[in-house]
Design a protein around this ligand. Structure first.
Ligand SMILES: [Mn+2]
Length: 488
């Protein structure tokens, strides 16, 4: 049908009216999912061709529905239009949308290199990298948002690389009482720097005056740690890893003060930036996830030693991939580490099948004292300084005891309290459900941590400390528990 400016305007008017009529006036179920994609009106307005789209398997039903409703549509159209004549309606299926959908489907399987816009020489145009995303890719990257967030750290990664290049002597430290993530991340980054820039002096520090915990002594280069209190150099660059506050750096904080340049890599939600360069993503399961991304961004491959350190870090920080933080990125990191030569079974034997007799006796005492509140939402237990003396146990033997009590089913949270030599009590809080934020509880006692794992220090008698923290968690549960969900 020949179209001019006037008929195109009339056609648009007809399309709007017919769409409205189909939507509001026609109740035929066959026409529920029909869209009027366009109209063509004859110059004398005697005929109007109406194009509709529908799913291909319903074409016959739709055409039958339109034929039977045609008279009513036409009379309603005649009333709503101000035209002198009411056109005859001819319905046609618009198959161009099928074609568009077929192309969209086909685009989803285009190799990524083809879908990236390129310049005249065939090189990818970097700044337009994201413009050709299909909806499927967009959903995928939404699921992979942790990876996307870590990508956002790239400017920080560039600053870190520059700081490393500018430095002759570099000191690295994790938090005090280091765990697998603090030690593994420090060693992985130190090994990477030493391998990439062999002429640089790289020192790894322990923030407090204790040796590397026995279960982590197997980590490559674990023997090279120096207690920060014994370290007399003024490094050109200090890098803090897995450390949310300056206070948690303990003795290493003094080394940081003496450094010309400072940087941090972390994944704690409650981080208080205290360095010039700062790379933190709370969505990451471990600091090792970010160290891995830094190495990857730099373009270097993992070797077996670096991979062992990173894998130990992510295994321990995710509780062997059992905690809520064990996201796709953590699994991807583990896969890359195993590919590079790390052995998960070896790491787990060292870390998890390496108990001392004293630690097993402490475990027995902890389970003996396990208590649950009246509505079975919070469980808790503790060890005292006397226990440590009786069994000849060290602070290190207390590690992991929280995991012994969290296995109790049916509770939303658990607490483990440990009395230290000075009479101070260290409380460890764990949430077992995704809606309960125990960091909010720890913050009431000037502590911090993650939503699912937090802690604080207090100086109350043990019974009172337990009572106080359990009441605070019960209040937090009352505040946060979803009310309309019987399954909780
Ligand atoms: Mn960590």
């Amino acid at each position: 049908m020949k179209q001019n400016q006037t008929t195109r305007r009339l056609a648009e008017e007809a399309r709007e009216k017919i769409s409205t009529i189909l939507l509001n006036e026609i109740s035929d179920p066959r026409l529920m999912l029909v869209t009027v994609t366009g109209c063509e009106v004859a110059v004398d307005r005697s005929v109007c061709r109406v194009y509709v789209s529908a799913s291909p398997e319903s074409y016959d039903e739709v055409m039958a529905g339109l034929e039977s409703a045609k008279g009513r549509i036409r009379s309603l159209l005649g009333r709503s239009l101000t035209w002198r004549v009411t056109p005859e309606l001819i319905f046609e299926i618009d198959t161009t949308t099928d074609e568009a959908m077929r192309i969209a489907e086909a685009l989803k399987v285009v190799p990524p290199t083809l879908s990236v816009p390129k310049d005249e020489f065939g090189y990818p145009l970097e700044q337009e990298k994201t413009t050709l995303k299909t909806s499927k890719q967009a959903r995928y990257s939404f699921r992979m948002s942790v990876e996307a967030k870590i990508k956002a750290l790239e400017p920080g990664f560039d600053e870190l690389t520059q700081a490393i290049i500018d430095a002759g002597r570099i000191a690295l430290s994790g938090h005090t009482d280091p765990d697998g993530d603090a030690l593994g991340s420090v060693l992985a980054l130190a090994l990477f720097i030493q391998k990439t820039w062999p002429h640089k002096q790289v020192d790894v520090l322990l923030a407090n005056k204790r040796p590397v915990p026995r279960i982590y002594a197997f980590l490559p280069e674990a023997g090279s740690f120096i207690n920060a209190a014994d370290y007399s150099f003024d490094p050109d660059l200090f890098i803090a890893l897995d450390t949310p506050t300056l206070e948690r750096l303990r003795d290493s904080a003094e080394v940081l003060e003496r450094a010309s340049m400072t940087a941090a890599i972390d994944h704690h939600a409650t981080s208080m930036p205290f360095t010039r360069v700062y790379c933190c993503e709370p969505g990451a399961a471990s600091t090792a996830d970010i160290v891995y991304e830094y190495i990857r961004y730099f373009g270097a491959p993992l070797d077996a030693d670096i991979a062992t350190c990173l894998l130990c870090a992510v295994i321990t920080d995710t509780g062997r991939f059992q905690y809520q933080n064990a996201n796709a990125h953590a699994y991807a990191l583990a896969s890359a580490c195993v590919t590079a030569g790390a052995q998960a079974s070896y790491i787990c034997t060292q870390v998890y099948q390496n108990d001392t007799l004293a630690s097993l006796q402490l475990k027995a005492a902890t389970l003996q004292r396990l208590t649950v509140n009246a509505d079975h939402t919070v469980s808790w237990s503790y060890v005292t300084h006397d226990d440590l003396v009786q069994y000849g146990a060290t602070d290190e033997d207390c590690e992991g005891l929280i995991d012994e009590i969290r296995v109790l089913g049916g509770v939303d949270a658990c607490v483990f309290m440990r009395e230290k030599h000075s009479g101070e009590i260290r409380a460890n809080l764990r949430s077992k459900v995704d809606w309960l934020d125990v960091a909010a509880v720890a913050q009431q006692f000037n502590g911090g941590g993650h939503k699912a794992a937090a802690g604080f220090t207090c100086y109350l008698p043990m019974a009172e400390a337990c009572e106080t923290v359990v009441r605070a968690i019960e209040a937090q549960i009352a505040k946060q528990k979803p009310k309309d969900n019987a399954l909780g």
